[in-house]
Design a protein around this ligand. Structure first.
Ligand SMILES: [Zn+2]
Length: 283
């Protein structure tokens, strides 16, 4: 083979590789809601139908980076939105790694005051990298052009700059909607907050992220009845708190229940009408 044809062959192969790569992880006009398998903690990733990348919580360690690495092509190092539900370590620590490794366009959270060294580090990174920060409370919403919306249902009040008694109850609660599909993302709220939500709203969803890793002080039966969901996802790993509680599992027994400690990563895919579920055990 002449040097010239070798050169042509090289260009051809390079072109094919680049063409192939351009299809890798391309938005597929469907919504992907992924519950990463990060052990005891929450880390939820959303790819919107047009390809916006959103992360809600980062789990207790670096494992969120492996999850993101699988969902995003290797050259893509940016996220459109990162939301922290509340500053407990099992939701926060992975986000510190994410801020170090990804370009984040916006961070949003309740803005509640907390003085753990991890939370201070998180706030410091936001400042250092000049990332716009949006404090969230009832009435705030993110509407994406492709039809995906994230609506903040809780906290009712502005908590930015305020101290609270129980950080779990300060969790940002989000209703995700895309066409006819909806999900409720609940952080670590307990029955107390569920009751307040029930007194103010009446709505149904397809999928519920079970609050607080399936803790027995969460998931009021009336709340569950109101939501009328078919699928419940529990983000849980090895823990000393007895999560998920027997009582919680009992309440969920007529639903499809998916647990990250049993299924691994859980991905819900919707075209805005129906949805289906894919799970992936850890390798
Ligand atoms: Zn938690």
């Amino acid at each position: 083979m002449s040097a010239w044809s070798k050169y042509l062959l090289f260009i051809l192969i390079l072109g094919l590789v680049l063409w192939g790569l351009s299809f890798w992880q391309k938005p597929d006009s469907r919504l992907h809601l992924v519950f990463f398998d990060v052990g005891q903690g929450d880390a939820l990733f959303i790819k919107s139908p047009s390809g916006k990348n959103i992360l809600i919580d980062g789990g207790p360690d670096k494992s969120v980076l492996y999850g993101l690495g699988e969902k995003l092509p290797f050259w893509q190092r940016n996220l459109d939105l990162v939301i922290l539900t509340h500053p407990h370590a099992d939701h926060l620590i992975g986000l510190i790694e994410v801020l170090k490794n990804y370009q984040v366009k916006k961070v949003a959270s309740s803005g509640v005051v907390h003085t753990s060294s991890e939370y201070l580090k998180f706030l410091e990174l936001i400042k250092e990298k000049n990332i716009p920060f949006q404090p969230l409370h009832l009435g705030d919403r993110f509407d994406f052009e492709d039809g995906l919306s994230l609506e903040v249902l809780w906290p009712f009040e502005v908590l930015a700059g305020k101290q609270v008694e129980d950080l779990n109850e300060s969790s940002v609660v989000l209703r995700l909607s895309y066409g006819d599909f909806s999900a409720l993302l609940t952080g670590d709220i307990s029955k107390t907050t569920e009751e307040k939500l029930m007194n103010n709203f009446n709505f149904q969803v397809n999928v519920l992220k079970v609050p607080h890793h399936g803790s027995k002080i969460s998931l009021d039966e009336e709340f569950l009845k109101m939501l009328a969901c078919q699928t419940a996802v529990i983000c849980v790993g090895q823990n000393k708190f007895g999560h998920p509680a027997k009582e919680t599992l009992e309440k969920l027994k007529s639903l499809r229940v998916l647990r990250t400690d049993q299924e691994g990563e859980i991905e819900i895919i919707s075209d805005g009408k129906d949805y289906f579920i894919q799970t992936q055990k850890p390798h």
